[in-house]
Design a protein around this ligand. Structure first.
Ligand code: AMP
Length: 219
C-alpha cells in the first residue's frame, strides 16, 4: 500500500533537513516543491522564470502553476509506492487539489507531521542558513555548522545563501506562512491526520519523534 506523508511547518522549521533523512529511512520519494522550482530556475525553464517572480519576493507561486507541477511530479514512477511531500500543500486550495488527485489514484494522505517553531525563532534560523548547491543539504552557521566554514561536509562544494534567505524576504515568507499556510494545521487536525512535533528539539530528536508518529499512523 502506498504511503503519502505531508510534512507541514513554517519556513525554517527543518522540513527539508528532516525530509531528506526520513525519505531515505522509509525509502520514499522526497518531493520538495521549493527544490523543484529552484531546479527549474537553474535550468531557465518557463516555469522557473515565472515561479521566480514570486519566490524572489517571498510570495507563494500561484496555485494553478504549483498544483500542475506537483501533479506531474507525483505521476512519475518513483511515486507509485508513495511520497514524502515537503513544502506542498501551502494553501487550502492546494490541500483540496492534493486530496482530489490522490483519491482519483485510489490512495490518500496517511499522516501530516507538523513541525512547530515559534515565529521569533524562525528569523534567526533562516538568516543563518547555508545550502549546498550539489546535494541540497542545509547547514546553519550556529546550529548545524559544516566542519569547514563555507564548504559542504558531504561533497566539498562551496555553500551559498539562498536569495530568499536574505533578511527582507525572510520576514515576508513568515507572514505569508502565517496567513496562507497555517490554516492547514486545523484543516488536517480536523481530518485526524495531524501529529505535532516540537521543532526546537535537536535534529536527531525531531527525526526520532517524526518516525515514531509516522509508524503509529502507517505501521
Ligand atoms: P521552500 O524551499 O519550501 O522554502 O520554498 C521556496 C519558495 O518556493 C517559497 O517561498 C515559494 O515562493 C515557492 N513555493 C514552494 N512551494 C510552494 C507551494 N506549495 N506553493 C506556492 N509556492 C511555493
Amino acid at each position: 500500500m502506498a504511503s503519502f506523508i505531508v510534512l507541514l511547518g513554517p519556513p525554517g522549521a527543518g522540513k527539508g533537513t528532516q525530509a531528506q533523512i526520513i525519505s531515505k529511512t522509509l525509502n520514499l520519494a522526497h518531493i520538495s516543491s521549493g527544490d523543484i522550482f529552484r531546479e527549474n530556475l537553474k535550468n531557465e525553464t518557463e516555469l522557473g522564470k515565472k515561479a521566480n517572480e514570486f519566490m524572489s519576493r517571498g510570495e507563494l507561486v500561484p496555485d494553478d502553476l504549483t498544483i500542475a507541477m506537483i501533479q506531474d511530479r507525483l505521476s512519475r514512477p518513483d511515486c507509485v509506492d508513495g511520497a514524502l511531500l515537503d513544502g506542498f500543500p501551502r494553501t487550502p486550495a492546494q490541500a483540496e487539489a492534493l486530496s482530489k488527485m490522490l483519491a482519483e489514484w485510489g490512495v490518500g494522505i496517511d499522516c501530516v507531521p507538523y513541525i512547530s517553531v515559534a515565529p521569533e525563532i524562525l528569523i534567526e534560523r533562516l538568516s543563518g542558513r547555508w545550502t549546498c548547491p550539489t546535494c541540497g543539504y542545509v547547514y546553519h552557521e550556529q546550529f548545524n555548522p559544516p566542519v569547514v566554514v563555507g564548504y559542504c561536509d558531504k561533497d566539498g562544494s562551496k555553500l551559498y545563501q539562498r536569495e530568499d534567505d536574505k533578511s527582507e524576504t525572510v520576514t515576508r515568507r513568515i507572514d505569508v506562512y502565517l496567513t496562507q499556510t497555517s490554516p492547514l494545521i486545523e484543516y488536517y487536525r480536523g481530518r485526524n491526520l495531524l501529529a505535532e512535533i516540537d521543532g526546537t528539539l535537536s535534529i536527531e530528536e525531531v527525526t526520532k519523534k517524526l518516525l515514531a508518529e509516522i509508524k503509529l499512523k502507517i505501521g
